[in-house]
Each structure stands twice: as structure tokens, then as C-alpha cells.
Ligand binder design. Structure first.
Ligand SMILES: [Zn+2]
Length: 294
């Protein structure tokens, strides 16, 4: 199995969540061993994807360099990672990725439109060798060794529509598109009102998030899945794990995980080289691992 990039450049225009302005997003192929590199066209700054370049994780995952940043990268990254793309340039003309419908479905369609091609260099993946866990109170995120790739997520909210939800996702690209990609981000009305009062989330609407009041979902179309909330948390986790820089094989497990805990998990993982090994997927014995990203 070899490294992958997209077959041709593609672009779309959407609204940025925070400022509410139109943002142009363009994906371009990159040569082998380049990784995922963000580029702010408006200020000519490149920001390679790595955990050290994460500058904020409160509301979304934000990457930055030299004082310039790009916000809300996790849904796009989730799609890029799920498609097993190793090398890609992500060009935007503003400081955020368009929010689209609050899921990664539009980004999957964009990558499908571009198509993917294999490059000459062999694909490398990270195999988790030791359990790595980050805890905060009763919340935790954890990576454990496994011969395939799976995500297990549980959330618990004191809310009649959400309550406790768990989802186990045994990863494949096709299952990602069916079970995960369409799950939208969600928020509570009081939070939205607070953010608006601070001049944030100006582009946020019922078009790009599931919004709940104290009792119910406010979107007239309802939910896309009864457990859309926990599925979206898996979508986020897949995007945040892409900070590792290459695809991994192992089990990800979380209770009430967040962008912040996910970021800390990638830092904890990379801190100790005994936690993982890098495997080339050209070898016959790695066939089983290659299946996840086929
Ligand atoms: Zn999200």
C-alpha cells in the first residue's frame, strides 16, 4: 500500500462559523512525504499539521503559526483522515474552515470529486504499542494496542434528548461515510446566545448545527440519527487524532472526551517513542492493518 494524495485540485465556498463571512477552501495534491499542510492565502503563511501547532482547543481545534491561525479544522481533517490521505495542501483565504452543514459530509463529497491517487512512496502508519490515557475527573480519552482501528465513545448530558449515548465504530471509509460523516455538531441555545453576545459564532445557525433548548431539538428537520450527538463526537475524535500526522492502528476510547483532551492525548502519545511504532504498509504482514485504510 502506498501514500495517497488527491488526483486534482478542488474547491468550495462556505460560511465561517465565527465571523459569518464567506470562506474559499481549496484542496491541492502534494508530493509524497509532505503530510497535511494548511496555507493561509490571505497572509501567505503555511501551517503544517502537528500537535505543536495547535493553539486553541476550547470551542474547536485551532492551528496556528507566527501569530496567524486557522479555526475549526477538525471536521475537514476528519474526512481527510478517514480517506487515508497522507499528503495534501489545504488553502483558505481566511482564518477559519467553512462550517458547511456542521458535519464532514460536504468535505467527503469534495474529496470524492477530486478522486485519490496512490504515490510512489510506501504508506506508513503508526501502531499503538502501549496504552496511553489522559484523564480529567471522570472524563478520559485513551489509545490502546489493537490489530485494527476502532473508536468507542460515550457521552452523558443531563438533557432529555441526549442523556447517555455510546457508539462503537469499527473503522472503514465506507462505514465512515454512512455512519459518521453526516452527524452534525451540536450546541445549546444558552451557549449560542452567550457566544453571540461576545461577537462569536456569527455564522452559526440551524443550517450548520443541531441546537437544543432545555427540552428539545430546535431544528425543524429533527435529527439525522437518534444518536447523532455521540456519532459527531467520533467524527471530531477522528479529526483530532489526525494531529498525530499519520494514520494509526489501535483502539480509541473516550468518556466525555473533548478537543482539549484529544489534543493532550496526541501530545502524550508522541512524547514517548515506546508508545508506538511506525510500520510500512508495503510488507505482507501488514495486510490486516492496511485494510482499515484501503
Ligand atoms: Zn465537531
Amino acid at each position: 500500500m502506498r501514500q495517497t494524495t488527491i488526483a486534482k485540485a478542488v474547491e468550495l465556498i462556505g460560511i465561517g462559523l465565527h465571523k459569518g463571512n464567506p470562506v474559499q477552501l481549496r484542496l491541492e495534491p502534494l508530493e509524497a512525504n509532505s503530510g497535511i499542510v494548511f496555507y493561509r492565502k490571505d497572509v501567505s503563511v503555511s501551517i503544517p499539521l502537528k500537535p505543536e501547532n495547535v493553539v486553541d482547543t476550547k470551542m474547536a481545534t485551532v492551528i496556528g503559526r507566527e501569530g496567524y491561525f486557522i479555526s475549526t479544522i477538525e471536521h475537514l481533517l476528519s474526512a481527510i483522515y478517514a480517506y487515508g490521505i497522507d499528503n495534501l495542501r489545504v488553502v483558505v483565504d481566511a482564518d477559519e474552515i467553512p462550517v458547511m452543514d456542521g458535519s464532514s459530509a460536504s468535505f467527503c463529497m469534495l474529496i470524492d470529486e477530486a478522486g485519490t491517487i496512490e504515490q510512489s512512496a510506501p504508506k506508513r502508519i503508526m501502531r499503538i504499542k502501549k496504552e496511553v490515557e489522559v484523564k480529567e475527573g471522570d472524563k478520559y480519552v485513551k489509545l490502546s494496542p489493537s490489530n485494527d482501528l476502532s473508536y468507542d465513545f460515550t457521552i452523558k448530558f443531563k438533557h432529555p434528548v441526549i442523556d447517555q449515548q455510546s457508539y462503537s465504530f469499527h473503522f472503514s471509509k465506507e462505514k465512515y461515510k454512512k455512519e459518521i460523516a453526516r452527524a452534525r455538531t451540536f450546541g445549546f441555545l444558552h451557549e449560542v446566545q452567550y457566544l453571540r453576545s461576545k461577537g462569536l459564532a456569527l455564522g452559526g445557525s440551524l443550517e450548520n448545527a443541531v441546537v437544543l433548548d432545555d427540552k428539545k431539538v430546535l431544528n425543524s428537520e429533527g435529527l439525522r440519527y437518534s444518536d447523532e450527538f455521540v456519532r459527531h463526537k467520533i467524527l471530531d475524535a477522528i479529526g483530532d487524532m489526525s494531529l498525530i500526522g499519520i494514520n494509526f492502528i489501535g483502539n480509541y476510547e473516550a468518556f466525555a472526551g473533548s478537543h482539549d483532551l484529544n489534543h493532550k492525548l496526541t501530545l502524550a502519545l508522541l512524547k514517548d517513542p515506546l508508545n508506538y511504532e511506525i510500520v510500512e504498509l508495503s510488507k505482507a504482514e501488514s495486510k490486516e492493518m492496511a485494510r482499515a485504510y484501503a
